[in-house]
Design a protein around this ligand. Sequence first.
Ligand code: 5GP
Ligand code: MG
Length: 199
Amino acid sequence: MSVPEGTPEFAKEVAGCAPQYVQNIGKILYTRAMIEEKVAELGATLSHEYKDKDGIVLVGLLKGVTPFMVDLARTLSVPVQLEFMGVKSYDGTESTGDVRILYDVQTDLEGKNVILIDDICDTGHTLVAVKQRLIEKNPASLRTCVLFDKKERRVHDDVQCDFVGFDCPNEFIVGYGLDFDEEYRTLPFVGVLKPSAYR
Ligand code: 5GP
Ligand code: MG
């Protein structure tokens, strides 16, 4: 299901958004309501899974994870600490496979129940590299959670995401944290750019 440009639902969804962004969106794949419902569902699952633990540490990957992380954290009924890491693997729309850590967590994760959170798992390079770094910090447990999973693009067989919001088609998506060259992150829905937007 997607919401193409020119339909009343599209107009309703993009209301209040920057026209400079809206004019480049060809279709919407995940509406505000779909995202909100899915995030609440993930939050309920995590709250249940960790209800007998002292608490959890969410480690989110900047910057794409920010809206998802904040919205998810607010649905949780267990104690939660928020940590972030800054990593870079993408140049434009291409995954480079070379994952650099630009900013690391600022707290001791030893003995903690950690959930690594990202906006999307694509090739899997990022999660494999970051998981490796987090394991070295000796957490009591380490699981992964992504809002979008682009399974078709996976190059690492050993990456499984423990908690997944949506299985996502093999398209380059923007909005709700996801950018194209740092733009579009603030859109409250997730959509696909028109080919003209890349020129
Ligand atoms: P991976 O290392 O799994 O190939 O890629 C993960 C990172 O690439 C994500 O954190 C995200 O920043 C970026 N990425 C992957 N697919 C997309 C996409 O469809 N749209 C955008 N905007 N970023 C993506
Ligand atoms: Mg990212």
